[in-house]
Design a binder for this molecule. Structure first.
Ligand SMILES: CC(C)(COP(=O)(O)OP(=O)(O)OC[C@H]1O[C@@H](n2cnc3c(N)ncnc32)[C@H](O)[C@@H]1OP(=O)(O)O)[C@@H](O)C(=O)NCCC(=O)NCCS
Length: 161
């Protein structure tokens, strides 16, 4: 993972950098939201960012507790900067989020996954929960992480970036 550093956002600068990347991906690129993808879950979210050479934010993901079910956490707003895709950063972020949930002994970790990314999550051991539904006008599938296995692929993926 030479030149890349993954860490939980702690400062206002790090949080704002994540929001800016999300805006670039979910508002401008995918046009899922008109002005902002920020919502009420941001205040209770853990944001995991991945930085290149300490200053370039290349990817981000957030995890937050369900409002009604405390044993359930959601992962979401997974975004990799367009110029840094297909080099393992997305996988690295998903696995970092799963590790964070395991460390916190969260019993159940789910994500609403865009249809085109379902295979990617399945490769990482996630399973579908229920049927696909439309969210923000796009088909999404709820998926659940397997929190009870050690994922040996982590080491393979880290070496790709
Ligand atoms: C989805 C996303 C996070 C993936 O990030 P990434 O860093 O490009 O993914 P990785 O490099 O870790 O790729 C993981 C695997 O998926 C494959 N993959 C990723 N995006 C792909 C695409 N658009 N088409 C085909 N394959 C793709 C990679 O080839 C790789 O396969 P491999 O493990 O067999 O080599 C990124 O494309 C993105 O930010 N997209 C826009 C926002 C989005 O869709 N967020 C997710 C919402 S659920």
């Amino acid at each position: 993972m030479k030149n890349y550093e993954i860490r939980i956002a702690e400062t206002e600068f790090e949080t704002q950098a994540s929001l800016a990347l999300r805006r670039q991906v979910f508002v401008e690129e995918q046009q899922l939201f008109e002005e902002s993808d920020a919502d009420e879950n941001d205040s209770s979210s853990i944001t995991i960012n991945i930085w290149k050479q300490g200053t370039i934010l290349v990817g981000t993901v957030r995890c937050y507790p369900d409002l009604n079910t405390p044993s359930l956490w959601w992962g979401g707003r997974l975004a990799v900067h367009e110029q840094y895709r297909i080099r393992g950063i997305g996988v690295y972020l998903i696995e970092a989020a799963v590790q964070e949930m395991k460390q916190r002994q969260v019993p159940c970790f789910r994500a609403q996954v865009q249809e085109q990314n379902v295979q990617l999550f399945e490769k990482l051991g996630w399973t579908k929960v229920g049927a696909s539904t439309l969210t923000q006008g796009l088909p999404h599938q709820i998926m659940e992480a397997n929190l009870h296995v050690h994922d040996a692929r982590k080491h393979k993926q880290s070496s790709r970036i």
